[in-house]
Write a protein that binds this ligand. Structure first.
Ligand SMILES: Nc1nc(=O)c2c([nH]1)NC[C@@H]1CN(c3ccc(C(=O)N[C@@H](CCC(=O)O)C(=O)O)cc3)C=[N+]21
Length: 297
């Protein structure tokens, strides 16, 4: 059994991104830049936003940080997004999800300039993925593909079973895996699926993206399957200094021995998400500059 270290792959991705970002900087007189907006005080969101900031600063990226009160209005948030859309020195805009219940996430996503949508959440970018056209790709599914590429895990002709149908992971993951070149046979399971165990047991590759700790148990996993665990849930653990620990969707200790390869939590898909965000920011910066040169020519 091989442990697929997203942490290691993320480090090598970021090394490459750093070099490309320096080349960008020399060419255009500034580094790629990202604006991150956090609304409210959710502790997990604060941790993620801090991790994104740290990664951006380590790469020498331009970084703008906006923290809106939980009482901020949707109008204020949209105003800020429009301001960042118009700011030529901002390449990427990320609005941390989830938003407080009085805000409409779709409306906020729709307002982000698709060229700056480094999350790949805008309908234009999500639609392009489905059509197999190049685009800014949602960071987590992109990270999953990159881990598999790095370790030489082939998907052509394989039965891939995805558990979870979210717009940010399950759906784009399915679209990417069925593309020409990836060539997987994809099944998407969700909360209304009947016979989940039977579906999952057939899989050569299992991708769990639900957010239910330990829902994938050893009896659901074919011997020598590849298991990708996208779930990250904080569970109370008073033996830990922070009072919690991170748990994946996979019952790792019992599942791992049956697999040919598996991602751990933490240190698996999570670090890849941030590495892909940095790569997307570089891509957005490069494409915006190319677009502008085209227009000026
Ligand atoms: N607009 C938006 N874009 C996102 O990309 C986005 C979001 N909203 N909302 C929340 C989710 C979650 N997410 C994670 C990123 C990194 C780790 C990560 O690096 N995890 C580390 C552990 C971190 C820790 O110790 O807390 C690991 O798995 O090893 C986890 C989760 C991005 N998200």
């Amino acid at each position: 059994m091989q442990v697929l270290s997203g942490k290691d792959v993320a480090m090598s991705v970021l090394e490459h991104v750093r070099k490309e970002a320096v080349i960008f900087g020399e060419k255009y007189g500034r580094m790629p830049s990202i604006a991150v907006i956090l609304v409210g005080e959710d502790p997990a969101s604060q941790t993620y936003v801090a991790a994104k900031k740290k990664s951006a600063l380590e790469l020498g990226y331009g970084h703008k940080d906006y923290h809106l009160s939980v009482h901020a209005t949707q109008q204020e948030l949209l105003e800020l997004v429009r301001e960042l859309n118009a700011d030529d020195d901002v390449d990427g805009i990320l609005v941390q999800m989830p938003l407080p219940p009085h805000m409409d996430e779709n409306c906020v996503i729709d307002t982000i300039d698709p060229a700056k949508d480094v999350d790949g959440f805008h309908p234009v970018n999500a639609g392009k993925i489905l059509l197999g056209r190049s685009s800014l790709v949602s960071c987590t599914p992109k990270g999953v593909l990159r881990i598999m590429d790095h370790y030489g895990i082939r998907t052509a002709g394989k039965d891939v079973v995805i558990i979870g149908r979210s717009s940010i992971v399950g759906k784009p993951m399915a679209a990417l895996l069925m593309q020409k070149g990836r060539d997987a046979t994809v099944t998407v399971c969700h909360s209304c699926t009947l016979g989940l165990k039977e579906h999952v047991r057939r899989a050569d590759i299992i991708i769990a993206a639900v957010g239910h700790p330990h829902m994938i148990t050893a009896d659901m996993v074919k011997s020598e399957a590849v298991v990708i665990d996208v779930g990250i849930t904080r569970v109370t653990d008073l033996t830990k200094k922070k009072g919690w620990r991170l748990v994946g969707d996979v019952d790792y200790d019992n599942v791992a021995p049956r697999t040919s390869a598996i991602t751990p939590v933490p240190g698996g898909v999570g670090p890849m998400t941030i590495a892909m965000l940095m790569e997307n920011t570089l891509q957005a910066a490069q494409e915006r500059k190319r677009e502008q040169k085209g227009e000026n020519a």
